[in-house]
Each structure stands twice: as C-alpha cells, then as structure tokens.
Write a protein of this length. Structure first.
Length: 259
C-alpha cells in the first residue's frame, strides 16, 4: 500500500512543496513515481518521514537530520529513543496544563493561588540533586542564580548556542573526521569556552587560578566527556553513543594539549 504526496501532506500536516524539497535534497525519496509524475510513498517512507518530523521538533536543521538518519539506520531503535523523550515531554506538558488550568480557575473564581503548584512542569531544577552530588551545592546555587538572572532573550540566545554546538558535533562525527583533526579541535575549544561561561562549573571557577585551575578544568572536561557516553540523556545531544564517543575523544585530546 502506498499514499500519494497529497495524502501524505494532509495526514502529516505538512505541504507537498516540503515533501518535494525533501526529495530534492535526498532526505525522503518517494517509493515510486506514477506515470503522471506524482510521487507515492510506502510504509517505510512514512516511518522515515515520522523520524524527520520528530527531529525537526527537536530543533535540528535538515543537514544534521540527514546525518542522523544515515548514522542510525535502525528505525525501530531510533524511534524507541524518540518515544522515551516524547513520554518525558508528555509528562512535563501534562503538568504544565494542569498547573495553568488551576491558575485560571483560581483567578476567575477569586480563589487562593498555591505558589507550589503554579510552576509544576516549568521546573528547570530537575537535575538539582544530581548536580549537587557531582559538584556540590555551591555549584548548583551559582548556576541556578545565573539562569534566573537572565532575561528571555538571553536564555534563548544561550539555548541557540548550545543547540548549534550539538549540531556541529554531530556534523563532525558523521563526516568521519578524526577527533584530533583541526576541525574537531576547533569545536572542542568552543565547547570548553561554553563550559567556562556557566557559573558554578569547575571550568568557570578555575579561571584565574593558574596551573592549579587548569588541572581542575582538565579533569572536569575529560570527566564530562565520559559522562556524555555513559548517560543516554547526554548522548542524545550528540546523535547517540557513537557521536558522544567522538565528542569524548576530541575533548580528551584538547584537554591533554591545552589544559
């Protein structure tokens, strides 16, 4: 069974023009083309489109999506990872919906607003215990204060910088370059600079401490590289375990040579 390009555009909530563009750049090929020139898509193509739309929802650009799809050909395994992330998002959004609904009802009815309930689902402190356990309460307090002190534009800019860094790592890993190549080391340098800009991290706290500070940063950076590989929550930012392994190796080389 297959579906026409118009059917797929309607079902998926996209446009025929978008699907044709995906075909032109090799991201999503139709399973066949009819004598009338119309594109038709089978079940495998629909699975591919679902993965593309999920990755678009994560904010990835089309070149990076193409690399991710090539890197993880096992659709079932890739979608399992997506499913876990979607479940987490579902839980977070459900809590946000309940929180906002409760606030609306309280405002309309003149009832009392419970501060503890108003921000359920908006929590950016979900890793508080983990950060404190790894790097101490002071590290979390500094980072939390820094984040709360930024305005919306500053937060958006920081998120964009983080996303771009992740995309560049994925692109480098899938391009097959060596971790010690100039290209990979340039990204590693940016990565360390990004870390030193986050108050509370050992990388930021070590600035101005001379050789002692460099030693602290070196251990922190290499340790993070290992954690990127060991923890799937971090590995997904770099396209999975293989991509995270590339980041780890590149950071280790940079740390050995510069920290």
């Amino acid at each position: 069974m297959d579906w026409s390009i118009q059917d797929i555009a309607r079902i998926a909530g996209t446009t025929s023009r978008t699907l044709r563009h995906y075909d032109d750049i090799g991201l999503l090929k139709p399973s066949r083309t009819g004598h009338n020139g119309y594109r038709y898509y089978n079940q495998a193509a629909l699975v591919q489109l679902q993965r593309i739309l999920l990755l678009r929802g994560l904010g990835l650009g089309l070149p990076v999506i193409s690399q991710v799809l090539d890197d993880e050909a096992d659709a079932a395994r890739a979608l399992t990872g997506h499913l876990e992330w979607l479940k987490q998002e579902q839980d977070r959004l459900a809590r946000q919906i309940a929180s906002v609904t409760q606030t609306i009802e309280a405002v309309k009815g003149g009832g009392e607003i419970m501060a503890e309930d108003m921000f359920n689902g908006f929590d950016h402190t979900q890793y508080k215990d983990e950060v404190e356990e790894r790097w101490g309460k002071d590290a979390y307090a500094k980072g939390d204060s820094w984040w709360r002190g930024m305005n919306a534009d500053e937060k958006a800019a920081w998120k964009q910088r983080s996303q771009q860094l992740g995309e560049d790592w994925i692109a480098a890993a899938t391009a097959g370059i060596a971790p010690d190549s100039p290209e990979a080391q340039a990204i590693a340098k940016r990565h360390v600079e990004w870390l030193t800009g986050i108050p509370g991290t050992p990388a930021a706290d070590a600035r101005g401490k001379g050789a002692e500070g460099k030693s602290d940063v070196k251990g922190y950076v290499t340790g993070l590289g290992e954690m990127y590989v060991a923890d799937p929550r971090f590995a997904k930012n770099y396209g999975g375990a293989d991509g995270a392994g590339f980041v780890r190796d590149a950071l280790k080389v940079y740390a050995e040579q510069n920290l």
